[in-house]
Every structure is written in structure tokens, then in C-alpha cells.
Design a protein around this ligand. Structure first.
Ligand SMILES: Cc1cc2nc3c(=O)[nH]c(=O)nc-3n(C[C@H](O)[C@H](O)[C@H](O)COP(=O)(O)OP(=O)(O)OC[C@H]3O[C@@H](n4cnc5c(N)ncnc54)[C@H](O)[C@@H]3O)c2cc1C
Length: 532
């Protein structure tokens, strides 16, 4: 009973309290089971029938949003041309391999030296199972997918200020955190110490759940032994023969564990976006960009920089610099325009649109991010530590180390993600030379893996704020900017419509590019045939 309102707690209120007691991850898990989280709204390829013959569309940008628009509009009967700044299609969807070069703003050029077959995905690297739009087109375009390992119970969690700075195993932290919180909650229930009463049935169920969830004894205590080892693992594993008896591991001290903050990372993969099953394309994320490009590359003019978008009642005129022809200023005309240029760049281009759309283009800042790819001579994380894929987390600026989810057990050099930075850390790394980024990632990563220095071969550091064609990682909408500007950004303005991850609620995911594109071209088609 709530003493202030005199009412019984609702199930949701009860769950909130479990969340406070057991950590936000437990609450999120419970809430998603009750169906509070929602998926994306992809409902199949758009059906665009009845296009007027001879109608033309200019698509600006050959990332996934632009290429999807080109593919579906051509299929619907439109005459399509795509203008793309870079010499390749794919946009933020790209991978780096040995032999590639990358030049960033400021002029630094990196020559990637990875061994044959190895790659790093500097941008997108994983796909949630519920991103059904992207998965649909991967299937349609023959892009083969394999599992991406998000969570690895044998990976490491590291805090510089806990456990003497020594990294700990995910499974050990998870088992003890769960065990101790279950024990505390069971104790509170048994002593009627919850601030609200719950019915006998619910009490009984909750106690049973805590006992199973936390591997508690009959007395609801969590302690070292074979039972706890079922979750956290043993000090000496089970073996065969007379000496095969396992030795249970000692537990972390409860206070030290709670103070460590390592439990924060346990809830990461509980969030809807990172739940199993996640996927990656076989052979690198750019297999998706290449799969899309196979469908539409004949429509794309590369190496052209759009500098102006003008329109009147009859159509659009796009001005661009043709960098394949010495930067010659050229015009392209069409009846309609789908623009997928990131807002960070578009906000610096002369766009003839109404006030609300222009204000929206200026309103959305872009986040920064840096990713580091490190190649090592051998897979020491597998060979020495039995870590197969997944992510180790650290409170150092590199924030995480992600091990490859493919080619396990190979006796060849391998590439891991040696750092993935956002916010201040991303700007700090972007301010370094590429060589300094790699060196810093090695220094910090050595705290988790002593083999780093000895096994290191070469590396690459990609700073998204220094990519001239996107000037950042992704659009960052706040609730306020979305309220003020999202409707204007996504509305058709005369003969112009915008698409791209920035024009979706699935920001910073490829699914956002797909869904925004499907929405934009569906509405544009309706307008073009006079139905809207
Ligand atoms: C670090 C990072 C991690 C990410 N992780 C994931 C992930 O794990 N999974 C996932 O699904 N998504 C992820 N994303 C998001 C995903 O990459 C994007 O949402 C998606 O690729 C955006 O596609 P788009 O078509 O909207 O834009 P883009 O791919 O940026 O396409 C826009 C195109 O416009 C071109 N262009 C720019 N300026 C001009 C100009 N003046 N003239 C002509 N052309 C121009 C660009 O060259 C580019 O090709 C990540 C992104 C980053 C940066």
C-alpha cells in the first residue's frame, strides 16, 4: 500500500522497485517482457504503382538511403540519376582493408596494412534482428549474414579504480551481482521490509524467482560453492578421472563489487538494440553497400560535390562541382529531388526550401566518434584467454575492445576493434595524429591484455568528425529539437524531400536510412502522381 495514495502497487510500480533494488538492467529486462519496447515499422518493399512515364528524380548521395531510393524509384518507372561526392557508393557503410587509403580533414592519410582477408568496419558493424527493413534488402540483394557476437561471458570488465585495476570476467561479475541483489531482495521480502505490501502469491513467486535467478541456497543466501559456480565458473574447472573434481571459486566481496560499478556494463546487451540475435555481413559491413551498389551503380555519378539545390514549380536544378573534370561547375535538372546528404554537410549548402525546412536542416548537431582497428600477429584472445567474439569494456577512454565474430581458430593475423569513442574522448582522439590514436589504444588496451605490445602488427584510427562528407558520426536529435523541427525536416518541400538516418526515429542505424528512404519515396510518389 502506498501510504500517500492508499493504493496497492501496480505491476509496473513493483517492477520499478525491483529495478531500483537490482539495477536498471533487471528492470529493463522485466519491462521488455511486458512489451513496453517497440520494433521498427518496416512493412515490406514500397508499392509505387502508376508513375507517370518520363518523370525524373535526382537523388543526392549514394549511401544506403540514396541507393534504396534509386532502386525503388527506377523499379517504379522513374528516370533516376544519383550524384555522389565520393569515388565509391555506400556512404558511412564502408570497411577498410589492406591496401586502402583514408585521407581525413587536415590532410592526414592512412595506408591500411592489414593482412589479406582482414578488415575493420569504421562505421556500422552490427545489425539487430528487428531491423527488418535492412535485413529484407540484404536478403533481396544476396548479402550473406552471420552472427555478430555482442555479449561474451568470458570477456573482461575493467575499472581503473576497482579490484586494484585488474580486469574481471563478465560471468563472474554478472553471477555475483545477480546473486547478491537476489539475496538482498529475498531478505527484504522475507522480513516484510518492502515499502509496499505485495500479495502472498506474488511474494511466493518473487522469492522463487530470486532463488533461481541468483542461485541462492535454501535459506536464500548467496555464497561460494558449486551452485554459484554454475553461473560464475570454477576456480578449477571440472575434469576427468580421480582428480577431476572442480574447485568452486571464491566470490567477490559484495561491497567491493557494488562500489566497482562494473555491473553497469551488464545491462548493455539487455537494451533492445543489442539483444541477441545480432548480425554482420560475411566479409565486412561494406558487403551491404556493395550489394546495394550492384543494383544501382549504373545510375550513380561519383566524384561530384553538390553545392546548390534550387527549385521552382516545374522542377529542381542541382549545381555540383565535377571533380572528375577539374571541379567544373555543372547543373543537373529533374522533376523531383530526394536529398540524402547528411545535415552536417547540407547545412552548409545553398538549399532553396521554405523557412521551416531550412531551420530544421540547421538545427540538428552531429555526434563525433572514433574507431580504432588493430591487427595482431595471432588471436591471443582466443588462444590464451578463450574469448571468442564479444566485447570487453573499460572505463578508460577507449571504452571497449571488440573481438572478431568470425574466422575463429585461424592461425593468421586478425583485427580487433581496439577502441570506440564518443563525446569528449572522441574529440580528444580526433585531435591526435592517426599514429597517436593507435599508440594510445595500444597503451590503454595493454591494461586488459598483456600480449598487446608483443603481438601488435599495425593499426588504423578513424575520426568521424574529420570525414569531409559527413563531418561527424550521426545526427543527434534531442526531444526539444525533434518537437520543433522533425515534422518540417521530413515534409515534402515543393519538389524536394529529405531522407537518411537523420530523417528517422532509428537514428545512427542503417535501418533508419532504409525506413526514411521508404517513407520519403512513398510520399514523393503520391505527390508526383497527384494523389497527395
Ligand atoms: C561510428 C559509427 C557506428 C555505427 N554503427 C552502426 C551499426 O552498428 N549498425 C548500423 O546499422 N548502423 C550504424 N551506424 C549508422 C549507419 O552507418 C548510418 O545510419 C547509415 O549508414 C546512414 O546512411 P545514409 O544513407 O543516411 O547516409 P550516408 O551513408 O552518410 O550517405 C550520405 C552520402 O551523401 C554523400 N554526400 C555528402 N555530401 C555530399 C555532397 N555535397 N554532394 C554529393 N554527395 C554528398 C556522402 O558521401 C554519402 O555517400 C554507425 C555509424 C557510425 C558513423
Amino acid at each position: 500500500m502506498n501510504p500517500r495514495t492508499g493504493t496497492e502497487p501496480t505491476r509496473r510500480q513493483l517492477l520499478m522497485r525491483i529495478g531500483v533494488a537490482a539495477g536498471s538492467a533487471a528492470m529493463y529486462q522485466a519491462m521488455t517482457r511486458l512489451g513496453h519496447a517497440a520494433g521498427t515499422d518496416f512493412a515490406g518493399s514500397p508499392s509505387l504503382s502508376g508513375a507517370r512515364p518520363g518523370t525524373t528524380v535526382l537523388v543526392l548521395g549514394a549511401g544506403l538511403a540514396g541507393m534504396l531510393a534509386a532502386y525503388e524509384l527506377r523499379r517504379a518507372g522513374y528516370g533516376v540519376r544519383v550524384l555522389e561526392y565520393q569515388s565509391r557508393s555506400g556512404g558511412r557503410n564502408f570497411s577498410l582493408r589492406g591496401g586502402d587509403t583514408l585521407t581525413e580533414l587536415g590532410g592526414a592519410t592512412q595506408h591500411v596494412k592489414f593482412a589479406a582477408g582482414n578488415y575493420i568496419n569504421p562505421g556500422p558493424w552490427r545489425i539487430p534482428y528487428h531491423h527488418q527493413g535492412l535485413l529484407h534488402y540484404c536478403k533481396l540483394f544476396g548479402v550473406q549474414l552471420e552472427p555478430f557476437i555482442e555479449v561474451n561471458h568470458n570477456a573482461l570488465l575493467h575499472s581503473s579504480v576497482a579490484f586494484g585495476g585488474q580486469p574481471q570476467r563478465y560471468r563472474e561479475v554478472q553471477a555475483d551481482f545477480t546473486g547478491y541483489t537476489a539475496e538482498l531482495l529475498a531478505k527484504a521480502i522475507n522480513q516484510n521490509k518492502l515499502d509496499q505490501p505485495i500479495g502472498d502469491d506474488e511474494k511466493h513467486d518473487l522469492l522463487a524467482a530470486m532463488r533461481g535467478w541468483g542461485l541462492l541456497g535454501r535459506d536464500y543466501g548467496y555464497r561460494s560453492g558449486n551452485l554459484a559456480s554454475l553461473h560464475r565458473g570454477f576456480a578449477r574447472d571440472q575434469g576427468g578421472g580421480p582428480d577431476g573434481a572442480p574447485v568452486p571459486a571464491a566470490l567477490f566481496g559484495r561491497a567491493e563489487l557494488m562500489k566497482s560499478g562494473l555491473w553497469e556494463w551488464l545491462s548493455f546487451n539487455m537494451s533492445y538494440d543489442f539483444q541477441t540475435t545480432m548480425f554482420q555481413p560475411v566479409g565486412g559491413m561494406d558487403m551491404i553497400g556493395k550489394g546495394f551498389a550492384k543494383q544501382v551503380n549504373d545510375l550513380v555519378t561519383h566524384n561530384v560535390k553538390v553545392t546548390r539545390i534550387a527549385q521552382d514549380g516545374n522542377g529542381v536544378t542541382v549545381t555540383y562541382e565535377d571533380n572528375s573534370h577539374g571541379g567544373a561547375v555543372t547543373e543537373a535538372k529533374a522533376d523531383w529531388c530526394v536529398c540524402t546528404i547528411p545535415l552536417s554537410v547540407l547545412s552548409q549548402i545553398d538549399v532553396q526550401a521554405g523557412g521551416p525546412m531550412k531551420a530544421a536542416i540547421q538545427a540538428v548537431p552531429y555526434a563525433s566518434s572514433v574507431k580504432i582497428g588493430l591487427e595482431f600477429k595471432r588471436r591471443f584472445w582466443e588462444q590464451d584467454e578463450q574469448i571468442y567474439g564479444g566485447i570487453s569494456f573499460t572505463d578508460q577512454p577507449i571504452s571497449q575492445i571488440s573481438y572478431p565474430s568470425t574466422s575463429y581458430f585461424a592461425d593468421t593475423p586478425a583485427v580487433l576493434l581496439g577502441g570506440y569513442m564518443f563525446g569528449a574522448a572522441a574529440y580528444a582522439f580526433a585531435g591526435m595524429t592517426p599514429e597517436q590514436r593507435v599508440e594510445e589504444a595500444l597503451r590503454q588496451g595493454s591494461v586488459l591484455h598483456r600480449q598487446y605490445r608483443q603481438e601488435f602488427s599495425n593499426g588504423v584510427g578513424v575520426a568521424w568528425s574529420r570525414m569531409p562528407w559527413t563531418l561527424g558520426c550521426c545526427a543527434t536529435w534531442s526531444e526539444e529539437t525533434r518537437k520543433a523541427h522533425y515534422a518540417a525536416l521530413t515534409a515534402i518541400d515543393g519538389r524536394l524531400v529529405l531522407a537518411g538516418e537523420h530523417a528517422s526515429y532509428v537514428g545512427c542505424w542503417q535501418e533508419g536510412a532504409i525506413l526514411s528512404s521508404v517513407s520519403a519515396i512513398t510520399r514523393l510518389h503520391q505527390r508526383a502522381v497527384g494523389a497527395a
